[in-house]
Each structure stands twice: as structure tokens, then as C-alpha cells.
Design a protein around this ligand. Structure first.
Ligand SMILES: Nc1ncnc2c1ncn2[C@@H]1O[C@H](COP(=O)(O)OP(=O)(O)O)[C@@H](O)[C@H]1O
Ligand SMILES: O=c1ccn([C@@H]2O[C@H](COP(=O)(O)O)[C@@H](O)[C@H]2O)c(=O)[nH]1
Length: 259
């Protein structure tokens, strides 16, 4: 018999509810890189999307649409993308609730060069056992904070973050140096101090030095493996035809979910 539980007033089957992990931290702290390392260590990278047990979603997919005057500001580095009001909180919450209810959903990808969502370029998020949700303000909104089963904060020195951000924004996001520095000094840094940094207190695990901290990442991976093994055990006890297991060596277990 599957347990029935309530998530924000909605009834869902606990059996299907993924383990939702929030990953926060300042810009360029290494949130995506930490998530990538976790996925790699769990053997979840080179596989078909429908087979994944662990998926990663970025909060950037939930930036709200800008009007033309906001886009003009953004192009000059004068729009505050680090303020909570830059996000579509309701859509973020609705999507996470769909995910927690074990439903497939579509999320848009974000185009940093044009400061806009790509509505025609959505990613399908198939039901998974573990979902990583990463972004600068994933712990800011109380109703979203409540949804996480585990909260990680990537704590990287701010000079290191600025250095990485300058390189990344120029090389990958089509910005020039003046624009990056103007935006950083006027919006990114003050908003980090006002909105992101205070949410560190909600974290269960703080990861100093981000992806360089292999000890912390290994501990988190171990915790996720235990969750997956327990779920697998209870699934196989019910002789589920939907999951197959392959053990490749003593440390790695590959799970396949058949939809
Ligand atoms: N430990 C690290 N050492 C060197 N470069 C890193 C490290 N972690 C991240 N980076 C680089 O810094 C930039 C930002 O990292 P990313 O993981 O995208 O941060 P975030 O998701 O927090 O914005 C990327 O270009 C990435 O390759
Ligand atoms: O159009 C945009 C949207 C966002 N940003 C900046 O991105 C970071 C958040 O992404 P990280 O990967 O966590 O760095 C945020 O600080 C915004 O300032 C942007 O510049 N333009």
C-alpha cells in the first residue's frame, strides 16, 4: 500500500514523490558544477532523459518575462536579475508541486544573451527519484523552501565568484567587461547580501569551496545513494516491473526506470 501525504494541501502518493534537493549559493559559486559532479558520481549523465533517476533543474528557467523597457535596461546591465521580483514565483512553485506529485512537466530554457525564456525550447522533466533544483534564490521564497527534503548551500569566496563571473559572462553570455562590473556592483553584490546570503541559515549542508570540496560532495552522494537503494528495495519488494538494476562494480549501481 502506498502512503498518502499532503504537499501544500495537495494529496500525493509518497511512493512517487522524488527526494527534492535545493542547491543555493551566490552567482558563480559552483552550484551547477556541484550538481553536475553529483550526477556524474551517481552515473546519471550519459543516459536517455526518460531513464534518469536523478535530474537537475535551474531556477533560471523561472525568470519572468520582461517588457521592452526592462529588456532595454537589461542590455545595458541595468536590470536587477538578482532581486526576488525578477522570478515567477508562482510558476516555480506550481512546477515543483507537479514534480513532487510525480508528474512529467515541461520547463523552458533561458537565453542569457537575450534575457528571455525560450518558450519553443522546453525541456521535458520525466518523473525521477531525486530532483536537484539550483539557483541563487531557491531558499528565498518560504513556500518553496518548505518543499525541499534537503538543502545545500555552496559557499565560495566572493572574489573567486566575481573572477569566474567576469570570465563566464564575457565568454558565454555575450557581455562586455564594463557591463558585467556595473551589474555586479549595482545589483548582484547588494542583492546577494540582502536576499541570498541570509538564506544560508536554512541549509542542512554548507559546501565551502564548491566543486573542489570532494569530501562534502562524496558525503552528499552517499546520502542520495542510500535513499535510492532504500527506494529500490521497497520497489523490488513489490516486484515492480518498472525498474531494473545493474551493479557495475562495488560502488556503482545503475538504475533504469521503464516508463
Ligand atoms: N571548482 C571550480 N574551479 C574552477 N572553476 C570552476 C569551479 N567551479 C565552477 N567553476 C567555473 O565557474 C563558473 C561558474 O560555475 P557554475 O557551476 O556555473 O556556478 P553557478 O551555477 O553557481 O553560477 C563556470 O565557468 C565554471 O566552469
Ligand atoms: O538575463 C539574465 C539573467 C540572469 N543573469 C544573472 O545570472 C545570475 C544567476 O545565475 P548563476 O548561474 O547563479 O550565476 C544572477 O546573478 C543574474 O545576475 C543575468 O546576468 N542576465
Amino acid at each position: 500500500m502506498s502512503e498518502i501525504m499532503k504537499i501544500n494541501g495537495k494529496t500525493v502518493s509518497e511512493e512517487k514523490t522524488p527526494f527534492l534537493i535545493g542547491v543555493s549559493g551566490g552567482t558563480a559559486s559552483g552550484k551547477s558544477t556541484v550538481c553536475k559532479r553529483i550526477m556524474e558520481k551517481l552515473g546519471q549523465v550519459n543516459m536517455d532523459d526518460t531513464q534518469r533517476q536523478v535530474v537537475c533543474i535551474s531556477q533560471d528557467s523561472f525568470y519572468r518575462e520582461l517588457n521592452s523597457s526592462e529588456i532595454a535596461k537589461a542590455e545595458k546591465g541595468q536590470f536587477n536579475f538578482d532581486h526576488p521580483a525578477a522570478f515567477n514565483e508562482k510558476l516555480m512553485q506550481k512546477t515543483l508541486l507537479e514534480i513532487l506529485a510525480g508528474r512529467k512537466c515541461e520547463i523552458p530554457t533561458y537565453d542569457y544573451r537575450n534575457h528571455a525564456l525560450r518558450p519553443d525550447d522546453t525541456v521535458t522533466i520525466y518523473p525521477a527519484d531525486v530532483v536537484l533544483f539550483e539557483g541563487i534564490l531557491v531558499f528565498y521564497f518560504p513556500e518553496i523552501l518548505d518543499l525541499f527534503h534537503m538543502k545545500l548551500f555552496v559557499d565560495t569566496d566572493s572574489d573567486t565568484r566575481l573572477a569566474r563571473r567576469v570570465t563566464r559572462d564575457i565568454n558565454e553570455r555575450g557581455r562586455d567587461l564594463d557591463q558585467v562590473l556595473h551589474q555586479y556592483i549595482n545589483f548582484v553584490k547588494p542583492a546577494f547580501e540582502e536576499f541570498c546570503s541570509p538564506t544560508k541559515k536554512f541549509a542542512d549542508v554548507i559546501i565551502p569551496r564548491g566543486a573542489d570540496n570532494t569530501v562534502a560532495i562524496d558525503l552528499i552522494v552517499q546520502h542520495i545513494r542510500e535513499f535510492l537503494n532504500n527506494r529500490l528495495k521497497s520497489d523490488s519488494e513489490k516486484i515492480s516491473p518498472h525498474i531494473s538494476i545493474t551493479r557495475t562494480n562495488s560502488n556503482e549501481t545503475h538504475f533504469k526506470r521503464h516508463h
